[in-house]
Design a protein around this ligand. Structure first.
Ligand SMILES: [Zn+2]
Length: 431
């Protein structure tokens, strides 16, 4: 029986190869190719050209990375037909495709040409040649075997955080683009942030269970945004009590359809089971959770980045999970409902708590001086520049010209700096 299975397995494995193997050599010769040196030179001239790494995410993680470029997209070859048109709408955009060993990429180039893309080339050296040449690479995911972008780290006694990617939410990061923290008491665990999807919340729970056997009793939404609340769909099923500020609850009600739509588009199959869950309990100023041996003060200090921004303050340990009140590794975003003037005032109350460790909304744990530099100081800088422009009768165009280069190294700078200038200008015109 065993022998028979082996023979059958052998035959089954062999037959499709004989029948369907494409003539890779012929395909390689038929597509336009690009060398390492040319690719490097062209990227230096045009950082907006697209690179598509057609290996799987798992592969890129196992070999330690992918090419570092502004528009490098990891999209396994089998997904191209289904997904590429969402990512690259302009059929004439310059695109370079690569893989590891120049087998899949020529076929992917062929596919893209067939789909009507006019400027597609194959990087035949692939990731291995790029790596050998010592050119810049990046690792997309610190925890490749989990939906989490990175596994939880211990920040202080009883306090842990799973740090998200400091970029927008994407299919690859499963919506893990902000920090999902938890505090372990003698009786119960509090989770701070649902995360951007059901799967993400369930992956976090898996990690929590490895660290403690105490039950998760509370889930707190830092505000009314998707990355705070979408994972609530997982915790709700377990009967966990969900807590948020009343303004966040309001915002969720208002934005629900928009948030769900965009998450569904981004996450595709990873949107699985995700719903928008309203908080069970809301508060306006303060709510204290006794987890047993540790007290967590949930509080609203004032308006800041978005309606209902709250923090979790642990006074005995001087640790604060600040949520989106504080930024440092990535550029802070100004939304239509962001109140930059109030944010600066709220900051003073935040500073007065005198926390030793801050777990911000995004990026690793840090201290007060660092978040002050990239949050309050940035806001004060932009408001004073824009205030002067408005005073002297200047226009929106002048706000775009403000030199923000001191913040250029921050993640998401490119995406946000002009939008921030515009939004602050438009809001300050009416102040
Ligand atoms: Zn955020």
């Amino acid at each position: 029986m065993r022998f028979f299975t082996i023979i059958m397995g052998f035959l089954l494995a062999f037959i499709p190869i004989v029948n369907a193997a494409p003539d890779i050599d012929a395909i390689r010769k038929s597509v336009p190719n690009i060398t390492t040196q040319t690719l490097k030179a062209e990227l230096a001239k045009n950082e907006n050209m697209y690179l598509i790494d057609v290996r799987t995410i798992r592969e890129t993680n196992i070999v330690g990375g992918t090419i570092k470029a502004k528009r490098n997209i990891i999209m396994p070859r089998g997904w191209l037909e289904l997904r590429i048109e969402d990512e690259i709408k302009d059929k004439n955009a310059p695109i370079v495709v690569y893989c590891g060993t120049n087998r899949r990429s020529p076929m992917a180039v062929q596919t893209l040409i067939r789909m009507g893309y006019t400027n597609v080339r194959n990087y035949s050296g692939g990731y291995s040649a790029w790596l050998k040449a010592g050119l810049p690479i990046t690792t997309r995911d610190a925890a490749p075997m989990s939906f989490l972008y990175s596994k939880p780290i211990k920040v202080a006694d009883r306090v842990w955080s799973s740090i998200g990617e400091t970029s927008p939410s994407t299919y690859e990061n499963t919506g893990h683009n902000n920090n999902l923290s938890f505090v372990i008491g003698d009786d119960a665990v509090m989770v701070f942030n649902g995360g951007g999807s059901f799967l993400l919340a369930s992956a976090l729970h898996k990690e929590i269970k490895k660290i403690t056997n105490k039950p998760v009793k509370y889930l707190v939404y830092e505000n009314g945004q998707g990355h705070a609340s979408l994972g609530g769909s997982y915790w709700k099923q377990l009967g966990v009590q969900i807590i948020a500020h009343e303004d966040a609850a309001h915002k969720i009600k208002e934005d629900k359809d928009r948030i769900l739509d965009s998450a569904r588009r981004r996450l595709k199959d990873k949107f699985f089971n995700t719903e928008m869950i309203m908080p069970d309990v809301t508060f306006s100023e303060k709510k204290v959770l006794d987890l047993g041996g540790i007290k967590v003060i949930l509080q609203m200090l004032g308006a800041a980045h978005s309606p209902g921004d709250i923090m979790a303050w642990m006074p005995e340990q001087k640790v604060v999970i600040s949520g989106d009140l504080a930024f440092h590794e990535r550029m802070l975003p100004v939304f239509e409902d962001t109140q930059t003037g109030e944010w600066v005032k709220t900051w003073d109350k935040f500073e007065a708590l005198n926390p030793k460790i801050i777990i911000p909304g995004h990026g690793g744990p840090t201290d007060m001086a660092t978040v002050t530099k990239y949050t309050k100081d940035y806001l004060v800088f932009m408001r004073s520049k824009i205030g002067k422009i408005i005073e002297s009768g200047g226009e929106l165009g002048d706000a775009y010209k403000i030199d923000q280069s001191a913040y250029e190294h921050l993640d998401t700078y490119e995406l946000l700096y002009l939008r921030n200038a515009a939004r602050i200008f438009q809001a300050m015109e009416f102040e």
